[in-house]
Design a protein around this ligand. Structure first.
Ligand code: CRA
Length: 838
C-alpha cells in the first residue's frame, strides 16, 4: 500500500525470532508470542492460546515476504490482476502456510515441546467460510496459484462477519447455526483503517456546470458507508511472493447522528451505524439461485466500489493520470456478483476524474473480463429497476446510457430486428423491468469465459448466444482447476509421500509430472502400498465418523462419497434411489452377493430451499433404517456427515473410493470436487456433464464409470415432452423403490413426509432422475464388480491420479494470464537478512 508519508525512512532491524525458520528459533518465538501476544503462561495456556501463538509465529514469517512483495510491485509499477469475488472460501490458513513456507517438520518439532501435536493445533483453527461452494472455493484456489506463479494479484471481496452457516442435524433435518468465525479473533488479517474509503447509497442525482463551464452530474446520496480493508497474505508455494486478499468491512462514517442524539433519540441515532454495519454482516447462503434482496445489492456495490477506488488510489500513487488504468489493471468479475463494477468504474472516471464518455468507456471495456459460472436460468442475476434505481440512482443513469449507446450500435447491425434488440438489452422490459447483470458484464468486458468446455459451448449456443454472435472473439473457455497444495499435499500427506518417493516433488508445482506414476501401475509392491495407504486413511475417517455421528463403518468396504451443496440438479436423491434399490434387493434376497459399501454424504442446503432440505431428511431417514437393520449385516451403511466445509473436505476426498458426479447433463457448469476426488485416487461415476467430460478424456474412458443421458438427449427428451411416469410404470424395480419411500417405510409410517419428493419425481422430474435411473443402477453394478478385483481397482486408481495433471489451478491460471489478463510473473527478491524458504 502506498502511503503518502513514506518519506520517513528508517532502517528496519529484523529480530531473528520473527523470521528464523529453524526449529530452535520457532520454539523460542512460540514461547514469546504465547507470553507477549496471548498473555498466557505456558502452564495456563489453552489449546487455542497455543494455536494463536503459533499462528502469530507463522504470520511473522510471512510479513517480510508480504511487504517485500508489495514494495516490489509498487517500485516496478507492475500490471496487476484483481480478482473481484463476493466469495473467498479459503479454508484454514495455518497448515497451508507451513507447507508453502516449507517448514512443516520444523514446526512439528517445535510444537511437540508443548506436549501437543501440531495436527491438534491445526485443527483448532476456525475456518473462514466466506463462500457457499464451488465458486468461492475456486477463487481461493486461484489466489494460491496466482501467488505460486508469482503473478501480481489482489483478491477483493467482503469480510463477512458471519460466513456460511454451520449445519447441525436434528432428527434428520438441517438446522442452521450462525458461523461465529471471528469470535476468538483472526490472527491472519491486518486491518488497514487508514486505507478506508466511502461508498454512497440512495438519494438523487443532479446536473451542474463546473468552474470550466462543463456540464456534469453529481450524486447526492441518502447515506454514506465506510469500507475498511482487512488484508490477509496469500503466500505462494516455495516462492517469496505473498499477494493480498483484501476484504472490506462496512462501518458507519459517523457512529452517531448528532441531530437525532441531541433531540434525545439515542436509539434512533444509532440506526445509521447499525444499518451500515449490516452490509458486511452475513453471507447470503444461496449456491445457485438468488432472489432480489436489496441488502445483497448493497453488498455487491459496496465491495466493488471500495475495490475500484482502492485500485485508483494505488494507480495515482505511481502514475500521473488514469489514462493508463487499463494497462495496469486487469479486473476479473467472478460471476455477475461484482458486475456493477462496469458502471461504477464509468462513474468514477466521469464524475470524479472528469473523463469524457468515450475515453472512460474505452478504459472500462479494456479493464474488465467476466467469468460465467452457471447455466441455470433462475441463477442469472437480475435486479428490479425499482430497487436498483432507488439504491444506486447515479449507476442507474450510467447503465441507461451504456445501454442506449450499445443498442444504437446493434440497430445498425440488425436493422428492424426489435426482437434482437430486446434480447440483447441490458434492461429486461418483458414484464416488470430488470437490470440484467450478465448483459452488463458482457457489454463492459473485453473477455467472457465459461468454466469447462461443455459449459462454454452451451453459453455460446444458448444462454449468451446473442452476445456470441455479436463478438465471438471475446469468448473462450477456461476449465476450472484446484490447487494441489491444499487438495493433495496438505490434505493427503500419506499419498504425497508415496508419490514423491517415486517421482520426486516437482509434481507439486507441475502437476502434469504425475504422469510419471504410470510407470508404477505394474509394480505390485507399489500397488500394495497404495492400498495400505488408502485403507489407513479410510480407517481414520471411520474413527472420525464414529466420533461425530456414532456410526461404525468398516474401512474395507467401498467408500462411495457424495459431498457438495444439496441441490436437485446434483441429484443426491438419485444416489438414494440406488441405495434403496440395493436394500430392496437384499431384503428380497438376503444372500445376494453384493460389494459391501459405505455411502457417505455431506452438504448444506440453502435455508429456504424446501426440496433440498427434504433430501437431507430422506438421506438421514434411509440411513437410520438401513444402518439399524440387522439382516443387512453391515453390507450397506449410510452416513450423513453434518457441516460439510473445506476442513471436512480435506478429510473426506483422500478417503473416497468412488466419487459421485451425477448431475443432469448440461446443468453442472464444471464442478471442482470431481477433480479433488480423482487426484486423490477415487474413481468417478458420472454423467457427461461439466468437467467430468474432460476428466474422462484425460483418465481414459476405461477408467471412468459413465452413465446417463447426454446434454443433447436431455434437450431432445424435454422437447419431445418428457414423461417420467413412463419410467415409473415400466420399470418394476424403480416403482418398488419409489413406492417404498412413498409408503412411509423410512419415515416411521408417515406416508406424507416424502410425498412431495416422490410425486415430484413421478409427475414432473425436472432433473430427469427416472430417465437416468436404470443406466445409473447398471453402471453401479459395474463399479461393485470392479471393486471386487482389488488389484485391478488399484491400477485404475493410480492411473486416475497419474492423469489428473490438467486439473491443477496452476494450468487454469496460466491460461487466464496468457489469454485474458496478459500479465507476467514478477520475481520477488528478499532482503539478504531474511532466511530463505526451507
Ligand atoms: N455453484 C457451478 O455450479 C462450478 C463453480 C465454479 C458454480 C459449479 O459447477 O464448478 O461455480 N456456479 O466455477 C455458481 O456458483 C453462480 O454460479 C457453483 O459453485
Amino acid at each position: 500500500d502506498p502511503s503518502p508519508e513514506s518519506t520517513f525512512v528508517c532502517p528496519i532491524i529484523i529480530e531473528d525470532d520473527r523470521t528464523g525458520l529453524d526449529t530452535e528459533t520457532i520454539r523460542r518465538a512460540l514461547r514469546d508470542n504465547l507470553l507477549y501476544i496471548q498473555g498466557k503462561l505456558p502452564e495456563l495456556a489453552s489449546k487455542n492460546d497455543l494455536y494463536m501463538a503459533l499462528a502469530y509465529t507463522i504470520r511473522d514469517r510471512l510479513l517480510q515476504r508480504w511487504l517485500t512483495t508489495q514494495q516490489t510491485y509498487l517500485k516496478k509499477d507492475v500490471r496487476t490482476v484483481c480478482y473481484l469475488s463476493a466469495e473467498f472460501l479459503v479454508g484454514p490458513h495455518l497448515a497451508n502456510n507451513l507447507i508453502n513456507l516449507g517448514i512443516y517438520e520444523q514446526v512439528q518439532k517445535a510444537v511437540s515441546e508443548s506436549g501437543l501435536k501440531l495436527e491438534e493445533l491445526i485443527a483448532q483453527e476456525e475456518e473462514p467460510g466466506l463462500g457457499n461452494g464451488g465458486l468461492g472455493r475456486l477463487a481461493a484456489c486461484y489466489l494460491d496459484s496466482l501467488s505460486t506463479l508469482e503473478i501480481p494479484a489482489i483478491g477483493y471481496g467482503i469480510r463477512y462477519e458471519f460466513g456460511i452457516f454451520d449445519q447441525e442435524i436434528h432428527d434428520g433435518w438441517q438446522v442452521e447455526i450462525t458461523d461465529k468465525w471471528l469470535q476468538y479473533g483472526n490472527p491472519w488479517e491486518i486491518a488497514r483503517p487508514e486505507a478506508g474509503v466511502e461508498v454512497k447509497f440512495g438519494g438523487y442525482t443532479e446536473s451542474y456546470t463546473d468552474e470550466n463551464g462543463n456540464y456534469r452530474s453529481r450524486w447526492i446520496p441518502d447515506y454514506v458507508v465506510k469500507g475498511i480493508p482487512y488484508d490477509t497474505p496469500i503466500l505462494g508455494y516455495r516462492v517469496n511472493t505473498a499477494n493480498t486478499m483484501r476484504l472490506w468491512k462496512s462501518e458507519a462514517c459517523e457512529s452517531f447522528d448528532f441531530g437525532r442524539f441531541n433531540r434525545g433519540d439515542y436509539y434512533g441515532a444509532v440506526d445509521n451505524k447499525v444499518h451500515s454495519e449490516n452490509i458486511s454482516k452475513v453471507l447470503y447462503p444461496n449456491d445457485e439461485p438468488i432472489q432480489g434482496k436489496e441488502l445483497r445489492l448493497e453488498q455487491q456495490y459496496f465491495f466493488v466500489s471500495c475495490s475500484l477506488q482502492d485500485m485508483i488510489r494505488i494507480h495515482l500513487h505511481e502514475n500521473p493520470s488514469l489514462n493508463s488504468f487499463h494497462q495496469k489493471w486487469s479486473v476479473q468479475l467472478n460471476d455477475t456478483h461484482p458486475s456493477v463494477g462496469v458502471a461504477e468504474l464509468m462513474r468514477l472516471l466521469i464524475d470524479v476524474h472528469h473523463f469524457d464518455w468515450d475515453k472512460a468507456w474505452f478504459i472500462t471495456q479494456n479493464t474488465f473480463a467476466y467469468t460465467n459460472h452457471t447455466l441455470l436460468p433462475e441463477a442469472l442475476e437480475k435486479w428490479p429497476l425499482s430497487i436498483f434505481g432507488r439504491l444506486l440512482p447515479r449507476l442507474m443513469e450510467i447503465i441507461y446510457e451504456i445501454n442506449h449507446r450499445f443498442l444504437d450500435k446493434i440497430r445498425i447491425i440488425y436493422p428492424h430486428d426489435d426482437g434482437k434488440i430486446s434480447r440483447l438489452s441490458i434492461i429486461d422490459e418483458s414484464g416488470e423491468k430488470y437490470v440484467r447483470m450478465a448483459h452488463l458484464a458482457c457489454v463492459g468486458s473485453q473477455a467472457i469465459n465459461g468454466v469447462a468446455a461443455l459449459h462454454t459451448e452451451l453459453l455460446k449456443k444458448d444462454v449468451l448466444r446473442n452476445f456470441y454472435e455479436l463478438f465471438p472473439e471475446k469468448f473462450s473457455n477456461k476449465t476450472n482447476g484446484v490447487t494441489p497444495r491444499r487438495w493433495i499435499v496438505s490434505s493427503n500427506p500419506r499419498l504425497t509421500f508415496a508419490i514423491t518417493e517415486k517421482i520426486g516433488e516437482n509434481w507439486i508445482k507441475h502437476l502434469e509430472d504425475l504422469r510419471g506414476l504410470e510407470n508404477y501401475v505394474d509394480d505390485g509392491e507399489f500397488r500394495d502400498s497404495w492400498r495400505r495407504i488408502k485403507y489407513d486413511i479410510k480407517a481414520d475417517l471411520a474413527n472420525y465418523i464414529d466420533k461425530k455421528v456414532g456410526i461404525k463403518v468398516d474401512p474395507s468396504t467401498l467408500f462411495d462419497v457424495q459431498v457438495k451443496r444439496i441441490h436437485e440438479y446434483k441429484r443426491q436423491h438419485l444416489n438414494v434411489l440406488h441405495i434403496v434399490t440395493l436394500y430392496h434387493r437384499l431384503k428380497n434376497n438376503p444372500n445376494l452377493d453384493i460389494t459391501p459399501r459405505t455411502f457417505i454424504f455431506g452438504g448444506k442446503a440453502a435455508p429456504g430451499y424446501f426440496m433440498a432440505k427434504l433430501i437431507i431428511k430422506l438421506i438421514n431417514s434411509v440411513a437410520e433404517v438401513i444402518d439399524n437393520d440387522p439382516t443387512i449385516g453391515g453390507r450397506l451403511k449410510v452416513v450423513f456427515l453434518p457441516d460439510y466445509n473445506v476442513t471436512f473436505g480435506q478429510r473426506v476426498y483422500p478417503a473416497a473410493d468412488l466419487s459421485e458426479q451425477i448431475s443432469t447433463a448440461g446443468k453442472e457448469a464444471s464442478g471442482t470436487g470431481n477433480m479433488k476426488f480423482s487426484m486423490n485416487g477415487a474413481l468417478t461415476i458420472g454423467t457427461l456433464d461439466g468437467a467430468n467430460i474432460e476428466i474422462r478424456e484425460e483418465v481414459g474412458a476405461e477408467n471412468f464409470f459413465l452413465f446417463g443421458l447426454t446434454t443433447e438427449e436431455v434437450y431432445a427428451k424435454k422437447a419431445a415432452g418428457y414423461n417420467p411416469q413412463e419410467y415409473y410404470y415400466h420399470n418394476e424395480e424403480l416403482r418398488a423403490v419409489l413406492d417404498l419411500i412413498g409408503s412411509g417405510f423410512f419415515s416411521r409410517g408417515d406416508s406424507s413426509l416424502f410425498r412431495p419428493l416422490v410425486d415430484n419425481l413421478i409427475y414432473d422430474d425436472p432433473y430427469m432422475l427416472l430417465a437416468d435411473y436404470q443406466s445409473y443402477i447398471d453402471c453401479q453394478e459395474g463399479v461393485g464388480r470392479a471393486y471386487k478385483d482389488q488389484e485391478h481397482w488399484s491400477r485404475l486408481a493410480i492411473l486416475n491420479v497419474a492423469r489428473m495433471g490438467k486439473f491443477s489451478s496452476d494450468r487454469s491460471i496460466r491460461q487466464y494470464c496468457e489469454e485474458i489478463w496478459r500479465v507476467q510473473p514478477v520475481k520477488i527478491e528478499l532482503p539478504d537478512y531474511i532466511q530463505a524458504n526451507a
